[in-house]
Write a protein that binds this ligand. Structure first.
Ligand code: ADP
Length: 371
């Protein structure tokens, strides 16, 4: 089955065409809304042109959409119809930047190819198994009932994919362990018997770890303090989502630059790595307790897969759990799933490459062939 995987942003559209493990085409259309590409329909025409050349006469069988927010309703991928599209649209307030773009993408495809099967794959779905004591915030119940304020968690497609691959690597039927997805956005998930039971992102992707440009956990009173100092809602949004994290601490959001600067002795870069790795190590300790004893710690995504120095900074703080890295294995450059711990480590530390497009395509093919 030939699947077109689409990740719609408000001004961009990322796509990949897959047939099983083969990537037949991929690309990115940017600056949607500007003169050359006025809307998502125009972006799609461009994708169609690029894809047609690559497919040489064959055609797409189904489309899989990455949808950031599935709210409380969606715990797995679904075949899209008008009602599902409206349900995703109703979740717009919970993901004001992402869900409207996904809906626009879905409608553009419906318009262009009315009979094309489309599947929505939700970033929140894997975390629908969180127990209530993990997803509740200790605030009045009214906030949950009126606004849906609770922990949802994100990066679920990646965490689920990596959980399966890690289980395979350690020879377990299902993973009981901790997965650190460290990209520009970063989150860590506690997995027991293959199911998510806690995760560091919350009501929005802002909570939890130190990220490229997001602060992760902070005292909410800081917001109240800054509001009294005259900061507006927009100021606070930009401050915490776009100008904090590694960028706030060092001036750059890119971990590669930060690690290079740290190695050449820049103190602010060294401090940023300490702050970020310490935060993650604390979560790993907590989630080790949550899962009742992890059987693996897994690193994935851009930083998790490539930043050996950062992995080392994290694991060096986890001696209390009996974890020990094999520094040779850790610094090896490789694109395959592998263990990077010593044989005497209390449980293995793994690097498992994530592949959200493959996971979305697989889920799409699965839903379409069952429908
Ligand atoms: P996104 O969340 O945008 O998909 P990625 O998963 O691609 O992000 O991760 C991007 C991050 O990975 C960046 O901070 C980048 O600097 C970092 N990264 C990629 N390669 C390396 C490397 N060799 N060393 C350190 N950091 C790296």
């Amino acid at each position: 089955m030939i699947i077109l995987v689409i990740n719609s942003g408000s001004s961009s559209l990322k796509y990949q065409v897959r047939e099983g493990d083969d990537v037949l085409a991929e690309g990115l259309v940017e600056r949607i809304g500007e003169a050359e590409v006025p809307d998502h329909a125009a972006a799609l025409d461009r994708v169609d042109g690029e894809v047609a050349t690559a497919l040489g006469g064959r055609s797409i069988d189904a489309v899989g959409h990455r949808v950031v927010h599935g709210g409380e309703r969606f715990s797995e991928p679904v075949l899209i119809d008008n009602e599902i599209t409206r349900a995703i649209e109703r979740l717009n307030p919970l993901a004001p930047l992402h869900n409207p773009a996904a809906v626009t993408g879905i409608r553009a495809i419906t318009e262009k190819w009315p009979h094309m099967p489309q599947v929505a794959v939700f970033d929140t779905a894997f975390h629908r198994t969180l127990p209530e004591h993990a997803w509740r915030y200790a605030v009045p119940d009214e906030l949950y009932r009126r606004f849906g304020i609770r922990r949802y968690g994100f990066h679920g497609t990646s965490h689920a994919y990596v959980a399966r691959a890690a289980a395979e690597l350690v020879g377990a039927e299902a993973l009981t362990g901790i997965i650190a997805h460290l990209g520009n956005g970063a989150s860590v998930t506690a997995v027991r018997d293959g199911r998510s039971i806690d995760t560091s992102m919350g009501f929005t992707p802002l909570e939890g770890l130190v990220m490229g440009t997001r602060s992760g956990d902070i005292d909410p009173s800081i917001l109240l303090f800054l509001m009294r100092e005259g900061y507006s809602e927009q100021d606070l949004d930009a401050l915490l989502n776009r100008n904090s994290g590694l960028k706030g601490l060092t001036g750059t959001n890119d971990m590669r630059s930060v690690t290079e600067a740290a190695e050449s002795g820049t103190e602010r870069a060294q401090l940023a790595i300490e702050v970020a790795s310490y935060r993650l190590a604390k979560y790993v300790g907590g989630y080790h307790v949550a899962v009742g004893g992890a059987q693996a710690l897994v690193f994935t995504a851009g930083i998790g897969e490539n930043a050996a120095a950062f992995r080392s900074a994290v694991v060096s703080k986890l001696g209390a759990l009996g974890l020990e890295l094999d520094e040779d294995r850790n610094s090896e450059r490789s694109k395959v799933a592998r263990a990077i711990s010593t044989s005497s480590s209390a449980f293995p530390v793994l690097v498992v490459p994530t592949n959200e497009e493959a996971a979305i395509a697989e889920a799409t093919a699965d839903v379409v062939s069952r429908s």
